[in-house]
Design a protein. Structure first.
Ligand SMILES: [Zn+2]
Length: 170
């Protein structure tokens, strides 16, 4: 019999981050898993993604453009666990409750997705994409909601480097 659990245990999913800067100097971010785009029509918070490289937790990786995930109907983020050489994701898809009658209907009709990434591949992919964006646009693109301090690829890359250094030191 087909056993999804054992497939997941043996073969890691491949994580692919795509950051594009438009001519209007807006960052557009997509996550692809196993060569397919993750179909969530929301902004992706690169800060949460960077943090998920450094520690487990529940992260609002998908969020509203204003920075408040709840505003887009997202009240349950992505649960990230760190297990040895794997970094795993559990999330409900769609992430947003918008369009469902209530939370119960969303729970019944959404799918629980689980991915298991190779830790080194996951971190390398996220760090490389951020460093590449930093190289091209260190301070000229503002990331994050307007009400926050201006944040740029330079500060994001630094925060990820600091987080990873802390992980290694621990
Ligand atoms: Zn909003």
């Amino acid at each position: 019999m087909f056993n999804a659990e054992s497939l997941i245990a043996n073969e890691p999913n491949e994580f692919d981050l795509k950051i594009e800067i438009s001519r209007l100097r807006q960052a557009s971010v997509e996550i692809w898993i196993d060569s397919e785009p993750l179909q969530e029509p929301h902004d992706i918070c690169l800060w949460s993604l960077a943090a998920s490289c450094c520690r487990p937790g529940n992260f609002e990786i998908f969020t509203c453009g204003c920075g408040n995930a709840g505003c887009a109907g997202i009240e349950e983020g992505v649960t990230v666990t760190h297990k040895g050489e794997r970094i795993e994701w559990s999330l409900r898809s769609p992430q947003s409750k918008d369009g469902f009658k209530d939370e119960q209907e969303w729970r019944e009709r959404s799918k629980l997705l689980h991915f298991s990434f190779d830790r080194a591949q996951y971190i390398r992919e996220i760090q490389q994409e951020i460093l590449y964006a930093e190289f091209n646009h260190p301070n000229d693109i503002e990331l994050g909601p307007e009400w926050q301090e201006p944040q740029t690829f330079a500060t994001l890359a630094q925060s990820l480097a600091d987080g990873l250094a802390g992980t290694r030191a621990a």
